[in-house]
Design a protein around this ligand. Structure first.
Ligand code: IPD
Length: 277
């Protein structure tokens, strides 16, 4: 039973918990799991609970602001980024990890005004690391300044990606062939950790040199984009053009040279747009 104590904190199983606390507690417990767009696109009651808590807290403080949130979108809410102040929320990024008790899960909250990303926070729930970025004011992890690696050479790069939810044979073939192209270009490695926001935080921290993906969403990208840019990195569309937050695809890298090398190597996997679903 979940009893609200305030808009941020609930009593759950006799314990007083905030959102990361709820996620940490639920990580090792039995979960009710449902699927969304594919058999690999998962959601649990904890995703819904955390999203509801975050939105109710923010709505109480900022009644005129708008929200784009993963589970509301899955239930049919439109994802349209207007000029109004908008919070862009992923309550649990890495839900598949969460379901399997694999401890790489995060809460991600980005904020945009006039369609410009202003700040982002990403919280690594099990390692208790808070990544923050504010436009023009830098990016930090638990108060320590973040800097990207500055690597320009793909043959010296550690590259991160995520698989995305589609698993039909044509999509998988393109996914694997994109990975193969980067390995042929002699990237040191390609890693998949199961959370696009935390992978993007590794890039911002200089622990990886690039990230690309088809099939992620605006709530996976909003907060991380500010953090990477403020850490000195680049976030662009897979075409090599400017980032389109709603286009479900991205290349992010420590330098523009690296981002362009990756964009040129990739074949497009079409996931449609968040604002056309
Ligand atoms: C997903 C994860 C996954 C990535 C998907 C994301 P979710 O977010 O980051 O690794 O492949 O594209 O949407 O569903 O766990 O919030």
């Amino acid at each position: 039973e979940v009893k609200p104590l305030s808009s941020q904190v609930v009593v759950l199983g006799g314990e007083v918990l905030d959102s990361p606390g709820i996620i940490r507690k639920a990580l090792t417990e039995e979960k009710r799991v449902s699927t969304k767009t594919s058999a690999a696109d998962l959601v649990t009651e904890t995703d819904h609970l955390v999203e509801d808590l975050i939105i109710s807290e923010l709505r109480e403080r900022f009644p005129s602001h708008r929200f784009i949130a993963e589970e509301a979108a899955a239930s049919g809410a439109k994802c349209v980024l207007t000029h109004n102040p908008t919070w862009i929320i992923d309550p649990i990024d890495g839900t598949c990890n969460f379901v399997h008790r694999f401890p790489t899960v995060a809460v991600s909250i980005g904020f945009a005004v006039r369609q410009e990303l202003e700040f982002g926070v990403i919280y690594h729930c099990t390692e208790e690391r808070l990544y923050t970025g504010r436009r023009g004011r830098g990016a930090f992890c638990n108060g320590q300044r973040l800097r990207v690696s500055g690597e320009t050479d793909l043959s010296k790069a550690l590259v991160l990606t995520e698989i995305g939810p589609k698993r039909d044979p044509a999509t998988l073939k393109l996914f694997l062939s994109n990975m193969e192209r980067l390995l042929h270009a002699k990237a040191h490695g390609v890693r998949v950790i199961g959370s696009s926001t935390l992978a993007l935080c590794h890039l911002a921290s200089g622990a990886a040199d690039a990230y690309y993906q088809f099939g992620l969403h605006c709530w996976d990208l909003a907060a991380a984009t500010v953090i990477i840019r403020e850490a000195g990195g680049i976030v662009i569309d897979t075409s090599g053009g400017p980032l389109d937050l709603m286009a479900c695809r991205v290349v992010a890298a420590s330098t523009r040279e690296m981002a362009m090398l990756i964009a040129q190597a990739l074949q497009t996997i079409n996931y449609g747009r968040d604002d056309e679903k």
